[in-house]
Design a protein around this ligand. Structure first.
Ligand code: ADP
Length: 497
């Protein structure tokens, strides 16, 4: 059998690590996945053991490389994509972490962020980083580790410690401690990186009290990140691509021109809109971020998040027990008579464009006929209607009209959901053949660096449509439903808008 070239994508996520070997046409050849433990030391705290992140990555990578080889595909390079913002600090001499990884969901630095906000720093931080003063992002997590691990701050000042998001930690370990680097997308989630100048910012470092000596070098998303040590994967492979998960999905979906949007529907939902060379500030509390950086040129995106997407279906299954499997939701919604019924799934508050952390969920419009199917219908509707709100905010901020929405993630197996998404947003919804877009994006970046592809634009021809859903209800019918939704949302808000 003739050997063909392939690319290994490492997808280090919040609950599991995955490794996928793609061939150069972007087809999946081999895949391996492993979950790892979550640690909740206190309410609102979430940690991972950095060794679990590494071990699960190495185990799945080794498996996928081996299976691909058996199928005649030889990986030539590695791309890494990762859960974003999660923070690790380790000893440069021993490679040992000095604390568990503090995960993006962790809220332990909420007070610190509130203090910085009330001291009036948010405008400057938002202007430079595109982010908000929120515990989500890395800076206050790094400071927490330096202030709470004995001797850490002094050691960091002396240059003995290294900080990294998960990509950087894995890269360090894969290269036997030779590379301490990250890419511009991951750096853009730290609150320490000026997304306009594309470099670490001294004023931000001073504000968050972070010594510069701890920081990794920031490279393009397709760059020479180093070569794996023979002892780690049994072979020396270059690491040619790194991007945070949502950014990699943007690349995997080939959203390369301004106005293109991808929306990923898993537990939550993340929508990113390409805004080209311009970092567009948001007046609707969306985030501005580096979409990817290639050949020294940053492409920017507006980003919005829905906290509860697939989680609303999990809630119906696990807390209410009214469905047994997520996949049942499709048939049930199809049979429902749910006119005027709205579920506002504000279980953990509402995100953009409402931003009310204290809002809580509610269901409106119950009648004597409301049953299981109607609850399911309302839950899926809430995913579509929240997406509509994000899209409207993006259109307002960017001034760019949208026509299509490219979707991926576990929920997009549901055809009813995608048709409804088209109906309620008025956009054509496109599901690609390969829905592993996050891993695919990391593979594309690595392949680009390795010269296996000529340019990002060249990759567009690889994106292939599985199914397109066209809006099929009238504009006035849509507006009527959206009006009812906004009325329901307003009734859950704790601060009137
Ligand atoms: P994550 O990466 O966040 O763990 P996935 O992309 O694996 O999520 O998607 C899983 C989510 O999708 C779950 O919340 C599940 O409830 C939801 N889901 C899976 N299949 C369907 C379906 N057919 N219809 C609706 N929701 C679904």
């Amino acid at each position: 059998m003739a050997e063909r070239d392939g690319i290994l994508a490492i997808d280090q996520g919040t609950t599991s690590s995955r490794a996928i070997v793609f061939d150069l046409d972007g087809r999946i050849i081999a895949t391996a996945q492993r979950e790892f433990p979550q640690h909740y030391p206190q309410g609102g705290w979430v940690e991972h053991d950095p060794k679990d992140l590494l071990d699960s990555t190495l185990e799945t990578s080794t498996k996928a490389l081996k299976a691909a080889k058996a199928a005649g595909v030889h990986a030539r390079t590695i791309g890494i994509t990762n859960q974003r913002e999660t923070t690790i600090v380790w000893d440069r001499a021993t490679g040992e972490p000095i604390h568990n990884a503090i995960v993006w969901q962790d809220r332990r630095t909420a007070e610190r962020c509130a203090a910085l906000k009330s001291a009036g720093h948010e405008a400057m931080v938002a202007e430079r980083t595109g982010l908000l003063l929120d515990p989500y992002f890395s800076a206050t997590k790094i400071a927490w580790i330096l202030d709470n691990v004995a001797g850490a701050r002094e050691r960091a000042e002396r240059g003995e410690l290294a900080f990294g998001t998960v990509d950087t930690w894995l890269l360090w370990k894969l290269t036997g401690g030779r590379s301490h680097a990250t890419d511009a997308t991951n750096a853009s989630r730290t609150l320490l990186f000026d997304i306009h100048r594309q470099c670490w910012d001294d004023e931000l470092l001073a504000l968050f009290n972070i010594p510069a000596a701890i920081l990794p070098e920031v490279l393009d998303s397709a760059a020479d990140f180093g070569v794996t040590d023979d002892s780690v994967l049994g072979q020396a492979l270059p690491v040619g691509g790194i991007a945070g998960d949502q950014h990699a999905a943007m690349v995997g979906q080939c959203c390369f021109t301004p106005g293109m949007i991808k929306s990923t529907y898993g537990t939550g939902c993340f929508a990113l809109m390409n805004t080209g060379d311009e970092a567009v500030p948001s007046s609707n509390r969306l985030l501005t971020t580096t979409a990817y950086r290639v050949n020294g040129r940053a492409t920017y995106a507006l980003e919005g998040a829905i906290f509860i997407a697939g989680a609303a279906i999990q809630w119906l299954r696990d807390e209410l027990g009214i469905i047994a499997h997520a996949s049942q939701s499709e048939g049930l919604a199809n049979d429902a008579e749910a006119e005027g019924l709205y579920l506002v799934p504000a279980f953990t508050g509402l995100g953009a464009p409402w931003w009310d952390p204290n809002a809580r969920g509610a269901i409106f419009g119950l009648t004597r006929n409301t049953g299981v199917a109607e609850f399911v219908h309302a839950a899926l509707d809430s995913v579509c209607l929240q997406t509509g709100d994000l899209l409207e905010a993006m259109a307002g901020d960017s001034g760019t009209a949208q026509e299509t929405l490219r979707v991926d993630g576990g929920m997009v197996a549901n055809n009813w959901l995608l048709q409804r998404l088209a109906d309620l947003t008025g956009l054509a919804v496109e599901r690609p053949e390969v829905i592993e877009t996050t891993a695919l994006g990391a593979a594309y970046l690595a392949g680009l660096q390795q010269g296996l592809y000529n340019s990002l634009e060249d990759l567009q021809s690889q994106w292939s449509l599985n199914q397109r859903f066209e809006p099929a209800i009238s504009r006035s019918a849509r507006e009527h439903i959206v009006e009812g939704w906004h009325d329901a949302v307003r009734r859950t808000l704790t601060t009137p808008q």
